[in-house]
Design a protein around this ligand. Structure first.
Ligand SMILES: [Zn+2]
Length: 301
């Protein structure tokens, strides 16, 4: 089986029915079989050792927990799974006795070492824990909000308006003219790394319009046909990467220096070689990035 793209492939049943069942959620949080994923400063707990995987705790870690409510992630093997933000703890590894057995490594650096299903769960947990940490107050009236529906909504304690976790769509497109593709480098990226162009979809804009606008603004290239290829959750903090291939109908590059340091056309042969090892002119993004997969699909590898 092909490994799913990083951060996709979540193996939990998100089980929307049970989110609204307060009795089920309360009972689950009393049961030893329930699995709790501790998240500290937005990093999920990962088991140390040769085979890294998410490290699950039991509801016992919630005894005396004064922090945010656990969020219901879903169900697998008849067991409820939650994530809980334990960032209020100064030294959680020491306090919970996890030292040597588990740690909170940087998720971007670790996701490629986790089993694919765990990467998807880590994305879900990071995304929703981050959302709660930044939405304690109502954007309508300024009063406090509290979580509901197992953590998949918040409701204002004063005006009762409901707020839902947001996902921010980003288009990322490999622009090609058939035999060559357009890759660019943002200021600050290590040389010779380049990638597909990307940008946030704006309000009132279709995906096709966002692709055409971003490519025109960043590189001065006009785009014709656009084809959706694949997508990727990117929980830093809340993006959904929508991967496309876009057909160039003009060739002359004119970069916007505030967005790109450079951009150029690269042949299939050059790109194939760079997938093996970076060349002096060209380094492609690592497999964790959706751009890697768009590039690989285009060269037919
Ligand atoms: Zn309010």
């Amino acid at each position: 089986m092909t490994r799913p793209i990083a951060f996709s492939g979540n193996t939990l049943d998100r089980d929307e029915r049970h989110r609204k069942d307060e009795a089920y959620l309360a009972t689950s949080l009393q049961e030893d079989k329930t699995r709790i994923l501790p998240v500290w400063k937005l990093a999920p707990l990962v088991r140390e050792g040769d085979e890294k995987r998410l490290a699950w705790a039991t509801p016992a870690i919630l005894d005396g927990h004064g922090g945010p409510d656990p969020v219901f992630l879903g169900v697998a093997d008849g067991r409820a799974h939650f994530a809980v933000d334990i960032s209020a703890h100064g030294e959680p590894l020491k306090e919970f006795g996890w030292e040597g057995a588990a740690s909170f490594p940087d998720l971007r650096a670790t996701v490629g070492l986790l089993p694919p299903g765990d990467g998807g769960i880590a994305a879900q947990a990071r995304h929703i824990v981050d959302w709660h940490s930044r939405h304690g107050f109502c954007p309508g009236c300024g009063e406090k909000t509290r979580p509901k529906d197992g953590g998949w909504a918040r409701i204002c304690t004063a005006c009762s308006s409901e707020h839902f976790p947001r996902t921010d769509p980003v288009v990322i497109m490999l622009v090609t003219d058939g035999e060559r593709c357009l890759l660019g480098r943002q200021p600050g990226w290590p040389k010779p790394m380049v990638s597909a162009l990307a940008g946030f979809v704006e309000g009132g804009e279709s995906l096709e319009e966002a692709v055409r606008r971003e490519v025109r603004e960043e590189a001065g290239i006009q785009v014709g046909a656009i084809r959706y290829v694949t997508s990727q959750p990117w929980p830093f903090p809340a993006s959904l990467m929508i991967g496309c291939e876009a057909e160039a109908v003009s060739r002359r590059i004119q970069i916007d220096p505030s967005e790109l340091e450079s951009a150029d056309w690269f042949s299939k042969d050059e790109v194939r070689a760079a997938l093996e090892a970076p060349t002096q002119r060209l380094g492609v993004p690592p497999p964790i990035a959706i751009a890697h997969h768009l590039i690989r699909a285009w060269v037919g590898k």
